[in-house]
Ligand binder design. Sequence first.
Ligand code: 5AD
Ligand code: FES
Length: 347
Amino acid sequence: MTREQILNYLKSSDESQLETLWQAADEVRRREVGDAVHLRGLLEISSHCIRECHYCGLNIGNTALMRYRMPVEEIMACAHEGLSFGYGTVVLQAGEDPGLTRQWVADLVRRIKGETPLAVTLSLGERSEEDLAAWREAGADRYLLRFETSNPALYQRIHPVLPGGVPDRIALLRTIKALGYETGSGVMIGIPDQTWDDLAADIELFRELDLDMIGVGPFIPHGATLLGQKGAWTIATEEQVPNTELMTYKVMALARLVCPSANIPATTALATLNTPTGRELCLSRGANVVMPNLTPKKYRALYEIYPSKACIDETAADCRACMHGRIRSIGREVGRGRGDAPRRQLA
Ligand code: 5AD
Ligand code: FES
């Protein structure tokens, strides 16, 4: 698929053209990864963060937010609960928290791998190659790190420069891949000043990086961040990518076409824009994974990356029942096993 074709779909409002896109994505999804929808239990293990990302509610400047770090025993109990729910994967996600030391995370991964058959996915931000290698050694299977945007100027605008210079997430993703992790990345859609070309280049980068997992969601303004303020949008309206539900489906469908065998989740950010039917629509337009929240209810409201996040008032059991119902309602089946990337299953 050429840049021109990608741009064409991104900008299209022609219903029959979009219907063609949804069908193409659905067919490729069925052919490449089948009808099973894999469940990844999401555990938000720490809301501490030392970074200042201008879009994220967990940024260090948000001093109004009470922070938590889950104790190991509690994490283990949640992992076992996920296993009893039939999940094949636990995703350990956190802000960029140096309190999660190399050793602590390695020990945790070893314990989960020793006590359960779960695949372990880490989503702990930009960490050193030594950390990443130690965790892989401990048995971690997958790593998620969104590059957020492929445009370096926009990247710098939304991430303040650190003393060591601008970190290169794309280089880090290549390192993660070289360490043998199944590698996931993605972007936000409709970041202030994100242009159509930027987004088309993001989709081309998914293809170039040959990602195993692709997570995309709409940018949702958070009042406690710089990009959550009205003045954040400065480019002409016709150049700005809208942060809408429709744009998110388009990017998801195109991601499926450029990375046919990737695991693509129906994300919580999209479900936040359309709670009644958003996940179902994702699953019929290219997605094949859902990430039910396993985090204990008492912590959920504190992991407020963006406002009105879906599943804040639910328990882990609620989310399990909800996801099962949604998957069945569209005639798909709940995945069994770990739901590894298809090329790993061949290896
Ligand atoms: N709106 C939507 N998505 C966000 N993320 C962070 N802040 C926001 C926001 N305000 C996404 C980023 C990050 C992931 C964990 O959550 O893409 O990588
Ligand atoms: Fe949490 Fe639907 S997945 S309530």
